[in-house]
Ligand binder design. Structure first.
Ligand code: UT7
Length: 332
């Protein structure tokens, strides 16, 4: 009997219309286009302006885009994994709401929260359900409304993040295509460096936490940068070694879009030319759980059946890792 692998068979995406440019940010905080561009690679990001819409709205649009392109019947989906750092609300699972709204009425769903590694870890989880043989179609959505947790008076964070969503469908593959290997890591020592202090069980919301702006993202950028550069490059090297691959065997590197300098450092360690590195940070910024699938959404037409892809991420927690996947279809 041939082994079942978990292959990506469709992609959908969505970014809101409103474009927050570096020039607009110059009018909001003490920053400038030159600083943002050279330090991060970001030129603009998308923001969901409608205050009555949460992350679920972004996720639903991405899933609908996937269904439109792929002709999948939502009723055939067994499971919806909602990778996000900004669920609509605590307790009521955002993925469950999204699944119902998109007509995935035969699916079960839950939210997977691992900061900027939510989607990467979600790929690993989706693969396990598919590889077990019990599930045939798993929809993994990466979505975040980062603007809901960003302080637009804090120049250390507001220049970085954006809103967006993208979804991928995982299906069984018996041709050896799909997820080949993974190397995932966490280290709780990273907690002080990238976090939201209040609103959880440790420091519930109060008048004081709101006054102190403790419901917004705090990032010690320098420390996170240092870890991200070395850890992301380490796991990329490790995943190649585990699979007896050289950088030249890769067709695409799909890195978390947190900072162009971190991406460049990892690509350099892999010995990859720019032409093999997926980049869209300049137009979306850091969309947290959506960065990896939005890369696939943007580059889908260039992907060919059998292409070797390495995905890598680094995020709060700390959480990080790399996944090696063989692409399963030609888009054209
Ligand atoms: O996705 C989750 C994981 N997150 C990451 O991987 C992000 C990792 N960190 C980073 O990407 C970078 O650390 C940042 C982009 C956040 C910051 O870049 P940096 O090169 O580490 O800058 P810095 O924090 O060391 O600040 C350098 C200088 C400081 O001024 P002084 O002390 O040298 O006078 C800052 O006050 O730049 C100043 N600065 C700014 N200037 C203009 C900080 N933010 C800004 C800004 N505009 N927005």
């Amino acid at each position: 009997m041939s082994t079942i692998k978990a292959a990506i068979t469709a992609i959908g995406g969505y970014v809101p219309d409103y474009i927050l440019t570096n020039q607009i940010l110059e009018t909001m905080v003490d920053t400038n286009d030159e600083w943002i561009t050279t330090r991060t690679g970001i030129k603009e990001r998308r923001i969901l302006k409608d205050k009555n819409k949460g992350t679920s709205f972004l996720a639903i649009q991405a899933a609908k885009d996937l269904f439109k392109k792929n002709n999948t019947d939502p009723k055939d989906i067994d499971m919806v994994i909602m990778a996000t750092a900004t669920p609509d609300m605590p307790i009521a699972v955002t993925g469950a709401y999204v699944a119902t709204q998109i007509g995935a009425i035969n699916a079960f769903s839950y939210d997977l929260i691992a900061a900027c590694s939510s989607f990467l870890f979600g790929m690993s989880v989706a693969a396990k359900y598919i590889e077990s043989g019990h599930h045939k179609k798993v929809l993994l959505i990466g979505a975040d409304k980062m603007s809901s947790i960003i302080n637009y008076e804090d120049r250390a964070t507001c220049i970085i993040f954006g809103d967006g969503a993208a979804a991928v469908l995982f299906e069984q593959n018996t041709e050896g295509l799909g997820i080949q290997d993974e190397y995932l890591r966490t280290d709780g020592a990273g907690r002080p460096h990238l976090k939201i202090d209040a609103g959880g069980s440790l420091l519930p919301a109060s008048v004081e936490t709101v006054a102190k702006k403790q419901h917004f993202v705090f990032q010690d950028g320098k420390t996170v940068f240092k870890f991200a550069v070395s850890k992301m490059a380490d796991v990329c090297e490790k995943i190649l070694k585990q699979n007896n691959l050289k950088g030249s065997d890769l067709d695409w590197f799909v890195p978390h879009q947190a900072n162009k300098r971190i991406i460049d450092a990892s690509a350099k360690r892999l010995g990859l030319p720019d032409s093999k590195v997926m980049i869209n940070i300049h137009k979306y910024g850091n969309t947290t759980s959506a960065t990896l699938p939005l890369c696939l959404w943007d580059y889908e037409k260039q992907l060919k059946k059998g292409d070797n892809l390495v995905f890598a991420s680094f995020g709060g927690g700390f959480t990080w890792g790399a996944i090696y996947l063989k692409w399963a279809y030609d888009s054209n």
